[in-house]
Design a protein around this ligand. Sequence first.
Ligand code: ATP
Length: 306
Amino acid sequence: MSDAVLQVDNLVKHYGDVQAVRGVSFSVEEGEVFGLLGPNGAGKTTTVEILEGLRNPDGGYVRVCGFDPQVSARELKHEIGASLQSTSLPDKLRVIEALRLFAGFYKRSRDPEELLKRFGLEEKRNTFYSKLSGGQKQRLALAMALINNPRVLFFDEPTAGLDPQVRREIYDIIEELRREKKTILMTTHYIEEAERLCDRVAIVDHGKVIACGSPRELKQRSGGNTRIEVKLAKPAANGTLKNLEGVVDVREVDGTYVLHTQRPPQAIVSLVKHLESEGNELVSLEIATPSLEDVFIEMTGRRLRD
Ligand code: ATP
């Protein structure tokens, strides 16, 4: 028997005809930051909501801190903290009131003043919720998730819709929690976020886990190749780019040719020569070091980004 904090085995959930989760399995150990990475509609939120006890599954086995969320919601409440995809509080609730209100829901809670300080909200303590910026609202949501000093944290798309600078502030907060060895399950559709914050990642697509491992393992599995993305003035003749020197694989994704190579300079030189000989032209060229995006493209033929 594993002593995993989270255990999910063959989880299934549908909404009418929509098969949102189709046999998802993974486990999360104490102190791990585990990410569900996938495009919109992949089934990430549904999975997390089942673990939080907010939705009932149609099949499969789920344990959170040893509890079945379907039958032990009351016990589970003291073990978990969650920030949902969109937190919505009454407009006229002040920051400190929100934290005190949530503290009152639990037998044991952390000091709201300490959380205000930690999440940089001291100056906003008496500000109405409606007057907070997006980043401040999200910091408050994360502070509220910690109010009962939970064993496990669920963060559903913690930085969605935030601008890059604010997103980095949230990364800092999550990295600090990671250093404190908090167990965290987070969902995201940002590759950078999963690579930077997560010890392990399950890549989810159409309700299934298509790959799982540490970001490094997943990237190595995808060959660890550099990606050269090119747009051409005219379509390349079938298969010709694959034969270029230094190129190990080519895929066409949404009109862009994605060349995989371990020798980028050779690949670029041979590409340019080839295009000249074909009377074709480069419209754009981008070089990307290996990322989880490659794993996704390799397994689905699609991009993860919208
Ligand atoms: P997103 O980040 O967009 O929320 P997700 O990966 O979290 O994506 P889910 O929200 O779990 O995905 O949705 C999975 C599928 O289930 C989608 O096709 C979605 O439209 C559908 N779905 C989600 N909630 C419901 C619901 N309450 N009723 C009907 N269909 C739903």
